[in-house]
Structures are given as structure tokens and as C-alpha cells.
Write a protein that binds this ligand. Structure first.
Ligand code: RB5
Length: 153
């Protein structure tokens, strides 16, 4: 399993703590930045991580900003990306079971490192249930195509 990580300046410290956790658990990951606390624009790292997951090279993405909201909005602009903002482990589990979410976003100003690690573990280790949920994902996929058609007339 390969994991792509990214944050803006607000999420930098929490991302660093998660990198330590991933190292300790022997996970394969790539950190797509940022690499310091200088002010940065979250759509830039959201784009890098979303493209990495979209390409199929990475199974999952983890994106952190102050609230997790901006990262989630930006990542979800990418076709085939299902980014879920989670602040507790129940949502992280359902994001995988029901939504087959491929990117987890979290807010460093919302949750602490202990909870973030727990959320990451639920997210990475919960399989998609499939079944009735597959049809719903297909409908989301159709929305992506439909909305492209709407925009181009
Ligand atoms: C940065 O101040 C903050 O706006 C950003 O990290 C994020 O919370 C946006 O959604």
C-alpha cells in the first residue's frame, strides 16, 4: 500500500507527526510537501496528492490543512477522487466502507495528533464494503461526466 501525503503550512506539524507514525509502522509513503511553516496555498498540495492518487501510483492520500475543509474541497475537484474530511474514527471507517474514499483530509486546528493517528489507522485498514454502495459510487462518477457536459454545453 502506497500513501501520498500533503499539507499546507497549518498542517505541516501534524503531517510531520503522521510521517513519524507511518515510518514506525513500516508504511510506504511519499511526502508531497510542504516542508516548512511558511505560508502556502492548500490547493497546490491538494492537487499534487490528488494527481498521485488519480494516477493509480498511490492507493491513498492524506491531506492536512487548518480545518481539513480547503483540502477536501480542492481534492474533490479531481475526477475519481473521493476525499473525506474526518475528525473522528467512525467517519473514517464509514468513508472507506460506504464511500470507498481514497483521500483522507484532517484539520490540524481541529484534532490532536493522537486522534489523527487513530483516524489514519481506521482509514487505511478498512476495506470498501461494495454491494449497494457500488451503485452509489457509479452515480457519483456519472455526476462527474454530466457536469463536464453541462459546462461545455
Ligand atoms: C490557513 O490559514 C487555512 O485557511 C487553511 O489551512 C485551511 O484551514 C483551509 O481550509
Amino acid at each position: 500500500m502506497k500513501i501520498a501525503l500533503g499539507s499546507d503550512h497549518a498542517g505541516f506539524i501534524l503531517k510531520k507527526q503522521l510521517v513519524e507514525h507511518l515510518k514506525a509502522t513500516g508504511s510506504t509513503y511519499k511526502d508531497f510537501g510542504v516542508f516548512n511553516e511558511e505560508s502556502a496555498d492548500y490547493p497546490d498540495q491538494a492537487d499534487l496528492v490528488a494527481l498521485a492518487v488519480q494516477s493509480g501510483e498511490y492507493n491513498f492520500g492524506i491531506l492536512i490543512c487548518g480545518t481539513g475543509i480547503g483540502m477536501s474541497i480542492a481534492a474533490n475537484k479531481h475526477r475519481g477522487i473521493r476525499a473525506a474530511l474526518c475528525s473522528e474514527s467512525y467517519s473514517a471507517r464509514c468513508a472507506r466502507e460506504h464511500n470507498d474514499a481514497n483521500i483522507l483530509t484532517m484539520g490540524s486546528r481541529v484534532i490532536g495528533p493522537g486522534l489523527a493517528v487513530q483516524i489514519v489507522e481506521y482509514f487505511l485498514n478498512t476495506p470498501f464494503t461494495g454491494g449497494r454502495h457500488s451503485n452509489r459510487l457509479l452515480k457519483i462518477e456519472r455526476l462527474e461526466t454530466k457536469n463536464i457536459k453541462d459546462q461545455t454545453g
